[in-house]
Design a protein around this ligand. Structure first.
Ligand code: PMP
Ligand code: GLU
Length: 395
């Protein structure tokens, strides 16, 4: 039987983060002692008060289709969260609940982009952005940022990347994979450039908002003068509440974008899972202090990992101020041969660590930076210490 796989799927890359996690799982099943630092997934259990809310929802028979854009009570909890944490006013008609922030991003791309529209992606960017943009027939335009500007896009770089075809800019702060956090002043600098280009929209992916170690805290670009009507604020519960498998994400957006996302979702998923939505009402109504212990742990681990990796010659590191990743530049190893393996690029390096140190990481190529690898420190201190000792030994 011939294979009629669509060009759309043929031309798409497999998610490198999920692929590496699957490879690590496969090797573990073969009996190998793999330490998985490839996936951005908190290693904490979901707090009990959230689990209890889900159990109650089952008992109360929340088993029917939900409104396509999410339960009104959940949207009210999201609206209150936006006000409480971000000082943003989003009405219920501006909020759409989806099956993970990943689907929220996909919806927005499908709703805003026409074929050939350009989307500026400051690189390194989160692994799925470029493929989601391409699926929507948009054109990703990478803006390479450097480790010495902490992997942040400057206003001048933004200005230089804008063309008459630019329709959107997508970025995450705190950033996956670099851990960089844009300050209020830095976002104001970008907003100043955008004032001259009123038809460009911004996707601000704030899924790591709470995992932020800066004194200045989190700033939402939608709160900056002139940006509210042209920003989609994306968030979710995968990271802050360790609810990755529950698959709930959401947006606050201009009403026309929210309406478009609901229309799309109505033909694709019919809405997000009912039980998970009920549990998320409880999660979002809780004070942030309930999850502070996780944030504190990530901060301690960040310091541990930076200290240990800093001892390895050839690792060049920025200081990540949020999320739970480090993104070392390892290009010093390119051209070298280690244990008979020649390292030509970051993918070779990441594969070498998997095969020789039994440590799973992700190549920076997947994030638009071929000189780096991403290491997730959402793992126990014991695993982190052991993993870095193994890495050091094979280098
Ligand atoms: N954005 C970023 C920056 C992420 O790291 C992730 C990780 N999963 C997502 C979006 C998607 O999150 P979700 O699990 O809610 O789909
Ligand atoms: N966001 C996580 C990561 O970057 C989870 C994997 C994924 O959704 O691709 O590792």
């Amino acid at each position: 039987m011939s294979n009629h796989l669509s060009d759309r799927i043929k031309n798409m890359s497999t998610s490198a983060t999920l692929a590496m996690a699957a490879k690590a799982r496969e090797l573990r099943n073969e009996g190998k002692d793999i330490i998985g630092l490839s996936l951005g997934e908190p290693d904490f259990n979901i707090p009990d008060f959230i689990k209890d809310a889900a159990k109650q929802a089952i008992d109360e028979n929340y088993s029917s289709y939900t409104p396509v854009d999410g339960y009104a009570e959940l949207k009210a909890a999201i609206s209150n969260k936006f006000k409480r944490d971000n000082n943003l006013d989003y009405g219920l008609n501006q909020i759409v609940v989806s099956t993970g922030a990943k689907q929220s991003l996909f919806n927005v791309a499908m709703v805003v982009l026409n074929p050939g529209d350009e989307v500026i992606l400051p690189a390194p960017y989160w692994v799925s952005y470029s493929d989601i943009v391409k699926l929507a027939e948009g054109v990703p335009v990478e803006v390479t940022t450097q480790i010495d500007t902490d992997f942040k896009m400057t206003p001048a770089q933004l200005e230089a990347a804008i063309t008459p075809k630019t329709r959107m800019i997508w970025f995450s702060s705190p950033c996956n994979p670099s851990g960089s956090v844009y300050s209020k002043e830095e976002l104001e600098g970008l907003a100043e450039v955008l004032k001259k280009h009123p038809d460009i929209y911004v996707v601000s992916d704030e899924i790591y908002e709470h995992i932020n170690f800066t004194d200045g805290g989190h700033t939402s670009i939608a709160g900056i003068d002139g940006m509210y009507d042209r920003t989609v604020t994306v968030n979710g519960v995968s990271k802050a509440f360790a609810m990755t498998g529950w698959r709930i994400g959401y947006i606050g957006a201009p009403e026309w974008i929210a309406k478009g996302c609901t229309k799309l979702q109505g033909q694709v998923t019919s809405g997000a899972n009912a039980i998970a939505q009920r549990a998320v009402i409880t999660a979002l109504e809780a004070p942030v202090s309930k999850i502070q212990f996780m944030i504190d742990k990530f901060h301690e681990r960040r310091d541990l990992v930076l200290g240990l990796l800093g001892e390895i010659e050839g690792f060049n590191l920025n200081v990540p101020e949020g999320a739970f990743y480090v993104f070392p530049d390892i290009s010093d190893f390119f051209g070298k041969t280690l244990n008979g393996v020649t390292i030509n690029n970051a993918s070779d390096f990441s594969l070498y660590l998997l095969e020789h140190a039994n440590v799973a990481t992700v190549t920076g190529e997947a994030f638009g930076n071929p000189n780096c690898i991403r290491i997730s420190y959402a793992a126990s201190e014991k695993e982190l210490k052991e993993a870095i000792a193994r890495i050091k030994a094979v280098l």
